[in-house]
Design a protein around this ligand. Structure first.
Ligand code: DGL
Length: 262
């Protein structure tokens, strides 16, 4: 039987973090992973920062009690306060957070016009505002709060008239002037890449932050000498606060979902 001990715990307010999990498995296939989606409390974007901190602490406790050796908070909406509290509570634990991939977007498109899609909370948060201020000279960064968009992914709706109508309404006003890149600042949105591509056309690069998160996790595990040497591939297991079989099926389906377009 596979030994699934000491997993890397990956946590999100719901199913979006599975887009990050897929990149982690590609980059570090020898690790065991335990994914927890807090779909019962999703979306986090409409909660107060204090509630998000509390829910993040609860999730971390649950995952650490199962022997997790590191924690990836695959949720941009987990505020800086939530991450700070987690780091304070677990000072020796490798904790990797998430932020919209503004840096690679601005570096790859200097002087470019970049749309950044995220939840309203992420857009307002100091973490993002600081990041934006850092790159404002290099590129025109246009944040777009997409309240209600992650809910489509939570229901397994990744394409079709409803979600594409939503995206058209949101993005059309910005498409009159050509755009160079679209940053997916919520971990749910990579599952909507095909739908977003159909709205923005072929030109802009669509960028998400999961590769950077995977590299960061690799560095942290290396530093703490916690990398799993292999040679066997690790195991991946799923848990959800909505303890329903349909939810676990949807998580599996998203994990093996093949992106529609490059
Ligand atoms: N996947 C979360 C993120 O990256 C969704 C946030 C929410 O629950 O509102 O922000």
């Amino acid at each position: 039987m596979a030994d699934c001990r000491a997993p890397v715990a990956v946590f999100d307010s719901g199913l979006g973090g599975i887009s990050v999990l897929r990149e982690l498995v590609r980059t570090l296939p020898m690790e065991n992973y335990l994914y927890f989606g807090d779909s019962l409390h999703a979306p986090y974007g409409t909660k107060t920062p204090e509630e998000v901190t509390q829910l993040s602490l609860q999730a971390a406790q649950k995952l650490l009690s199962q022997g997790a050796k590191a924690l990836v908070v695959a949720c941009n909406t987990a505020t800086s306060a939530a991450i700070r509290t987690l780091r304070k509570t677990y000072p020796t634990l490798a904790i990797v957070g998430t932020e919209p991939a503004i840096k690679p977007a601005a570096e790859r498109h200097p002087g470019g016009r970049i749309l950044m899609l995220a939840t309203a909370m992420t857009v307002q948060e100091e973490k993002f505002q600081r990041l934006k201020a850092q790159y404002d000279e290099q590129a025109q960064i246009i944040p777009i709060a997409c309240s209600g968009l992650m809910e489509y992914v939570e229901q397994g709706i990744l394409r079709g008239p409803e979600v594409e109508g939503y995206l058209l309404d949101k993005l059309e006003p910005y498409l009159k002037v050509p755009i160079d890149a679209v940053v997916l600042g919520c971990t749910h949105y990579p599952f909507l890449r095909g739908a977003i591509r159909r709205i923005v056309g072929r030109r802009p690069e669509i960028i998400d932050g999961s590769f950077g998160i995977a590299r960061q996790l690799q560095r942290r595990l290396e530093e703490q000498q916690l990398l799993n040497p292999g040679p066997e591939a690790g195991c991946v297991s799923f848990q959800n606060s909505l303890d329903e079989p349909e939810m676990l099926e949807l998580m599996q389906a998203l994990f093996s979902y093949e992106d529609e377009t490059p």
